[in-house]
Design a protein around this ligand. Structure first.
Ligand code: NAD
Length: 502
């Protein structure tokens, strides 16, 4: 069966109308074989604005639906996702090229965030605050915000939307989603699954959750609309640089989840066997196409020769190939441009004095599919392409001798998403996690930089954009806070002892 037929079979099973992915102008492809899987009709700027208007009306009804009822709808969404897990996971593998366990893992992440959001729907707490005035009470409430516009990247085609949507819905908002133009079929599938939950719930307003198929221009409609209260945008720092000032200019709110250039430090006391396995997954998993992929490693001189040759060997032996037909651990890059970027970065690294191990195209017999052998580059110092995110499986390694200098080098890049340290020395790990340590939104000990759980807040600093999604109190980004002071006395004392007797 061709992948196009396999995708159509899944979409039909999940209830997606064939007209949604045939006869249109947006071609979708599977990076697994390079074959075309669909031709989707695209939204126009007018239809995008109409969708936003409907979402605004839906918000007005949804914001007064009690939180626990909103949670019930997300609970049903989680049930539908459980039922659809195998199909949706396979579609993620077809469209993003992920190995089966990662495709399924991404759907599991959707289920996890639904569970989290259901509990949250009864815990949207504000504080009661001591007031300086007698006979007064002060408190804060968290209210729904409005229409949430979600713009997402190809590499987590379903999970990122669900992180945003599950929280946005329990927080009382409506959602309009512009998925990546490189992964539109999974978006149609997600939309159908959520619509089934909404139908079972029964009493949800029309247009509560919508999807807009298209490119940057359609995303821009969300960015520029004054009716979109929050733009949650996941993608490259290049995209964030365009989106953020536009949203700021209209005083809208942004959650930015942008690029990463994630580093790690391997200390002399590290468990090297565990380090090797953690780095191998962090750096080669998802063919290096995670925002949290391990891209830089600082290895202490005392253990360099015990770790690096073993890592190079692991890179040489890792299986690269069609993730749907073989048990390969490394699947394809998303497209030719991604492969070309990898080749260019490796050439630049050589010019900068690096020694390249691996890289190059792996032939799977599919002319339009781009599989690359993961590469390790031993660098004389942190310079050249090591300072930037290349969205491909390249791991740069630099030798260090002074721990504090290694932390400084670790932080000396523009992105600030994820980081890790490998050590069994308490002083080193605590320093790395301290205010003087890693400057990233995520800092790990003895695990790699990728593979976050939904319970923690997810996001990063600096050019990663500063946003937080998923767990902890990230829900507050999807609500507005109101501070209320209530006078239940017969007097009118003014704050700070101000007198105003008339
Ligand atoms: P991309 O920036 O090319 O596209 C992301 C999304 O933004 C797409 O939906 C695209 O259509 C839209 N877009 C692009 N320009 C726009 C504009 N001017 N206005 C409105 N929308 C616009 O990114 P990509 O190649 O799909 O994904 C890879 C990048 O995403 C990497 O840099 C990766 O690190 C990052 N990423 C970050 C996170 C995170 O949580 N920090 C998660 C996943 C991916």
């Amino acid at each position: 069966m061709t992948l196009s037929n396999a995708a159509a079979e899944i979409l039909s099973k999940l209830g997606v109308d064939e007209a949604a992915y045939t006869g249109g102008t947006l071609a979708s492809y599977s990076p697994v074989t390079g074959e075309q899987t669909g031709a989707l009709p695209e939204a126009t700027i007018d239809s995008a604005n109409a969708a936003i208007a409907t979402a605004k009306q839906a918000f007005k009804a949804w914001r007064v639906t009690p939180g626990p009822q909103r949670g019930e709808m997300v609970r049903l969404f989680g049930e539908e996702l459980r039922a659809a897990k195998q199909d949706l996971g396979r579609l993620v593998s077809i469209e993003a090229g992920k190995i089966p366990s990662e495709g399924l893992g991404e759907v599991q992440e959707m289920i996890d965030i639904c569970d989290f959001a259901v509990g949250l729907s009864r815990q949207l707490y504000g504080l009661t605050i001591a007031t300086e005035r007698p006979g007064h009470r002060m408190m804060e409430q968290w209210h729904p915000l409005g229409v949430v516009g979600v713009i997402s990247a190809f590499n987590f085609p379903v999970a990122v939307w669900s992180w945003n949507t599950a929280l946005a819905l329990v927080c009382g908002n409506s959602v309009v989603w512009k998925p990546s133009e490189k992964s539109p079929l999974t978006a149609l599938a997600c939309d159908a699954i959520l619509k089934r939950a909404i139908a079972r719930f029964g009493d949800a307003p029309e247009g509560l959750a919508q999807v807009l198929i298209g490119g940057a221009d359609v995303g821009n409609a969300l960015v520029e609309s004054p009716d979109v209260a929050l733009v949650s945008a996941t993608g490259s720092t290049r995209m964030g640089r365009i989106v953020a000032p536009k949203v700021a200019a209209r005083f809208g709110r942004c959650i930015l989840e942008l690029g990463g250039n994630n580093g790690g430090i391997v200390c002399p006391s590290a468990d090297l066997d565990m380090t090797l396995r953690a780095v191998a997954f962090g750096a080669m998993g998802t063919a290096g196409q995670r925002c949290t992929t391990q891209r830089r490693l600082f290895v202490h001189a005392d253990v360099y020769d015990d770790l690096v040759p073993g890592l190079i060997k692991a890179y040489e032996s890792v299986s690269v190939g069609n993730p749907l037909e073989t048990d390969s651990l490394v699947g394809p890059l998303i497209d030719k441009a991604a492969f070309d970027n990898m080749e260019k970065a490796l050439a630049d690294a050589k010019t900068a004095g690096g020694t390249v191990h691996g890289g190059g195209r792996v032939d799977t017999g599919a002319e339009n599919a781009y599989y690359a052998r993961p590469a390790i580059v031993e660098m004389p110092s942190q310079c050249g392409p090591m300072l930037e995110e290349t969205f491909a499986p390249i791991l740069y390694i630099v030798k260090y001798t002074d721990f504090e200098e290694a932390i400084e080098a670790h932080n000396a890049v523009a992105a600030g998403l994820s980081s890790s340290i490998f050590t069994t020395d308490l002083r080193e790990s605590e320093l790395f996690l301290s205010a003087a340590g890693s400057d990233c939104g995520i800092a790990n000990v003895n695990i790699g930089t990728s593979g976050a759980e939904i319970g923690g807040a997810f996001g990063g600093e600096k050019e990663t954009g500063g946003g937080r999604e998923s767990g902890s109190d990230a829900w507050k980004g999807y609500m507005r806070r109101a501070t209320n002071t209530i006078n239940y006395s017969r007097e009118l004392p003014l704050a700070q002892g101000v007198k105003f007797d008339i």
